[in-house]
Ligand binder design. Structure first.
Ligand code: ZN
Length: 305
């Protein structure tokens, strides 16, 4: 069966996966983001990882390469323009860099959009018309897919519902707001809040804060706050998009079932939802939605990209 490379570049980790034309994941190469590979050369780590994947996959060349990257990105130009969460070696024209080395078509989208495409194709949104995917990791990414196409803003831009404000008195964010969803509920936000409160022993990851919540009241308050913010964010996404399904994903959700339950309680209060209701679901794709959606970019042309 033919296959494509699906690349998911988050703020912390990179995953490169073999995805066949039916959407099944084969070999995977995963590493922390490393901007120093090949002496800091542009996209040196990606080139190494894709080479390793092709070898693992048996040497058969892929049809193409799809990239979902932590934004801002410019899909039309194939540019990653993210100085906020990615190192220097990850800035620039990723599509040209990979196409020059591997000789296949390369497509780029925002990682939140790629994850939403993955869910709409193979995950909790399969068969649904309008799918919203909320990925809580280093940041909070939200992608919307309607009829298999990424929902875009002006000039092909990526709307940023992960940066809508839920508490104007909240902490500042690089997006220019105070109290946006990402500033309160992302993995980075959880770690920053633990540091601000001077919690000892110090927690250097969201997973540590979530684990400590069982014994430390201060950590429990941070986790409960982020959960309440995510529930409110899901409700706001229902208000704005009236989707068929909202999928929750990402490695910084903490207790995913508890977040899902809180979101359901919040959405149940809304009296103006679409007929038939909105289905809320955890991702069934075990962290691979971004890779699957990125690989989908090779087969299905996206409008205005
Ligand atoms: Zn923000």
């Amino acid at each position: 069966m033919t296959w494509s490379v699906g690349i998911d570049i988050g703020g912390t980790n990179v995953r490169v996966a073999q995805v066949d034309s039916a959407g099944s994941v084969g070999c995977v190469v995963a590493e922390p983001v490393d901007g120093e590979r090949r002496g800091g050369a542009a996209f040196g780590q990606l080139i190494d990882m894709v080479s390793e994947l092709i070898t693992k996959a048996g040497g058969e060349p892929p049809m193409g390469i799809g990239v979902g990257a932590s934004g801002p990105v410019n899909p039309r130009e194939g540019l990653i323009e993210n100085p906020y969460t990615l190192p220097e070696a990850y800035h620039g024209c990723v599509t040209k860099s990979l196409a020059d080395v591997f000789g296949v078509p390369v497509r780029l989208e925002n990682d939140a959009d790629a994850a939403a495409l993955g869910e709409a194709w193979m995950g909790a949104g399969a068969g649904a018309q309008t799918v919203v995917c909320v990925t809580v990791g280093t940041g909070v990414g939200v992608g919307v897919v309607r009829n298999g196409q990424i929902v875009r803003g002006a000039n092909g831009s990526h709307p940023e519902p992960g940066h809508h404000v839920v508490d104007p008195a909240g902490p500042p964010c690089y997006c220019g707001a105070r109290g946006c969803v990402e500033s309160l509920a992302s993995g980075d936000a959880i770690v920053a809040e633990a540091a601000r409160r001077g919690i000892e022993p110090s927690c250097s990851s969201a997973a540590e804060v979530h684990a400590a919540a069982a014994t430390l009241p201060e950590c429990r308050r941070i986790v409960e706050r982020s959960r309440a913010v995510l529930a409110l964010a899901v409700r706001n996404l229902v208000v704005l998009f009236a989707p068929d399904v909202i999928v929750l994903a990402g490695n910084a959700l903490g207790d995913p079932e508890a977040v899902l339950a809180a979101a359901r309680r919040e959405v149940a209060k809304y009296t103006l939802g679409p007929a038939g209701g909105v289905r809320l679901s955890l991702s069934p794709l075990a962290g691979m939605a971004g890779c699957i959606g990125a690989a989908r970019l090779v087969a299905v042309q996206q409008d205005a990209a």
